[in-house]
Design a protein around this ligand. Structure first.
Ligand code: SF4
Length: 347
């Protein structure tokens, strides 16, 4: 089957039936995965600070420096959260916080080295999102390559594609003008790949983005991955799409329907024919997320905490067996997946 173009993707989105989207998405999924089989992880987002100067208008989480309610978690508090994750049967930590001007790159290197030393291979962690990485490198006066090497030397294996939302310059200007430019984002991600670290792609839909902006995001993601594969890198491990939660944010708005989400997962699966995993978001779609497996997703997280999305209205179900019963009822076998260690790094 030939690769879908942007024009064909637009037409499929506007005129294609759910059945057509499912059939085409399943055909791409089957190139990488067994039918009716899905993988998952149990994870916890550790929001180490809520102090942030980026001021994204879709964020209900941040406070400005010196505003009441700002915090930075102590080392002990971080360890307690990781211990709680292990008790819940999980082994993946996602560190995610604000652009806190009081926390230099050294703070992160020390924290990550301490986590690696204490937990070894019992947990894996997504150290930063690329958005935070760009900010930290800039503040430290380092190139992206230099910053990636510093973090790698501190024991970091993964810097994930969080914070991308919609990768168009117009969207960045409308909603997050202090965060990064699309060019900076993709340059940083390429430096991360070249440093031998693992990375992922993400997308968030349901703001005021146009269809053209969504398609541009997919095109940029596919182009990035094509370039990585052409140059001999693994590139993007996965693509995760989730939905905007509007509660308590300056931008506000209403949530999109589960059906729109499922359809976008299908279109993403069809379009991103060079990315192995397409992940569905239990964090923002709860039980509705599992229906996206029929639309081409193959993998998901069961999160036990994420303050950023919970502040904006996400609810978290902690009965993991009850959650896993849902994909099983849909006819899927589900298998726990541990985060992969980058092949290029020394043991
Ligand atoms: S989304 Fe992230 S970068 Fe933007 S204001 Fe919130 S914490 Fe800061």
């Amino acid at each position: 089957m030939s690769r879908i173009s942007v024009d064909e993707a637009r037409a499929l989105w506007l005129d294609g039936s759910d059945e057509e989207l499912i059939e085409r998405a399943q055909a791409v999924r089957a190139r990488f995965h067994e039918p009716k089989h899905a993988t998952y992880m149990v994870m916890r987002i550790v929001n180490y600070t809520n102090v942030c100067v980026a001021q994204c208008d879709y964020c209900a989480f941040y406070v400005l420096p010196n505003q009441e309610g700002g915090y930075v978690l102590s080392r002990e508090e971080v360890f307690a959260k990781i211990d709680g994750l292990l008790e819940a049967g999980g082994d993946l930590v996602g560190f995610n916080g604000g652009f806190n001007p009081k926390l230099p790159l050294d703070y992160y290197c020390d924290l990550f080295a301490a986590v690696r030393e204490r937990y070894g291979d019992r947990v894996e962690f997504y150290a930063l999102t690329i958005a935070e990485f760009v900010y930290l490198a800039d503040r430290a006066g380092l190139t992206h390559a230099e910053a990636a090497e510093r973090l790698r030397d501190a024991g970091v294996h993964w810097i994930t594609g969080g914070g991308s939302e919609i990768l168009t310059e117009d969207f960045r200007k409308r909603h997050a003008k202090f965060k990064y430019t699309v060019r900076e984002y993709l340059e940083a991600q390429r430096a991360i790949v070249e440093a031998g670290l693992r990375t992922t792609a993400t997308m968030v839909i349901g703001f005021d983005e146009t269809l053209e902006e969504r398609l541009e995001h997919l095109q940029r993601t596919r182009d990035f991955q094509d370039a990585c594969l052409r140059d001999g890198y693994d590139g993007l491990f996965s693509f995760l799409c989730w939905t905007y939660k509007p509660y308590g944010t300056e931008f506000a708005g209403v949530e999109i329907s589960p059906q729109e989400y499922w359809r976008w997962i299908a279109l993403s699966r069809i379009f991103l024919d060079n990315v192995k995993h397409v992940r569905t978001s239990v964090l923002t779609q709860n039980e509705e997320a599992f229906r996206a497996l029929d639309y081409g997703a193959d993998d998901f997280d069961l999160p036990i905490e994420d303050e950023v999305t919970q502040k904006a209205g996400a609810t978290i179900e902690l009965d993991l067996e009850a959650l896993l019963a849902v994909p099983r009822r849909l006819g899927y076998t589900v298998e726990y997946r541990r985060a992969e260690r980058p092949a290029a790094l020394p043991a």
